[in-house]
Ligand binder design. Sequence first.
Ligand code: G6P
Length: 366
Amino acid sequence: EAAEKGGFEHFMLKEIHEQPKALRDTMASRIAHDLSINLHDLDDIDIEKAGKLFIVACGTAYHAGVVGKYLIERMARLPVEVDIASEFRYRQPIISKGDLAIVISQSGETADTLAALRELKRQGATVIAIANVVGSTITREANKVLYTWAGPEIAVASTKAYTTQLLVITMIALYMAKRRGAMKQRNIDDIVSDIIKLPDKAQSILNGKEAVQHYAAQHFSAHSIFFIGRGLDYALAMEGSLKLKEISYIHSEAYAAGELKHGTIALIEPGTLVVALATQPELFDKMLSNIKEVKARGAVVMAVVQEGNTAIEDVADYVIYLPDTSSWLVPMLGVIPLQLFAYYTALYKGCDVDKPRNLAKSVTVE
Ligand code: G6P
């Protein structure tokens, strides 16, 4: 097993470090030299006429789906409904023939996701699977499959599967935007050229991991940690919070920062830790106000922002700077410090990082 961990103390840390390669492998055959996106398997789907798209998944894959909803609606102007798979069938979703669906699953075996896929197909939707395990049940039953080439993920807490799921869904959003004429080619090309640079940027975050380790060392005994963000940062907050609770057993919640004042801010006391994600330029000022609100109640704030946003230093206690990229792509970089934070917090608490209590890598019961 030590050999399989490649010199890392845990599979999770190894898999966090494999993200630059996983991103590179996942985009390799799909982005051409002229920056065009090749998702040929989707060419015969009637994307131009589609009325609605469903995204269904569980756990971390669901969080990738929440990002996907945001990107596909904003880029391709196609209405998207995103559901937790175990809830999907029971709300009697209104599915019409010709609707599209994306199911996301690392293992390709999650029972609830599989059941949702079958229901979608039964009602006439065309289902695209985003999966990591080649030949898994979900890949065999879906109409189309786009693999995440992340390689085997052993740690229960998902890391490189999530970043590559985000990459695939981003490529789908851009591909659909082009087919639907919803974005200018120049804008698509700008984002694609930023995608190509993501692996190196992910590597540079990993090279600076000591900053996050230091923060975790100071706060691993916290009882409760809040993650706040707006827009894509809210989706990212959900994943950061899940990572932390899965492996460190610290109570944690993710909140849309603007919603704090409607209840959750009552839980903020002197010393409460808040991880504030403020990577989205058009929401940055609003996030600054939300950070001030929690600071005024005594919170200790770690902020994650894009390079150059030094105004954050006036309000936050710690700042993690991400390499500059298109705001659409930030979650693929922003999640890395959150994964590292969860990892080191669990490590300092003495938790079994790779095999957290009560959790399984793949859940094959409904
Ligand atoms: C389990 C795992 C999670 C994972 C979820 C969905 O709960 O512990 O890490 O996100 O299943 O798994 P899937 O294989 O469908 O992505």
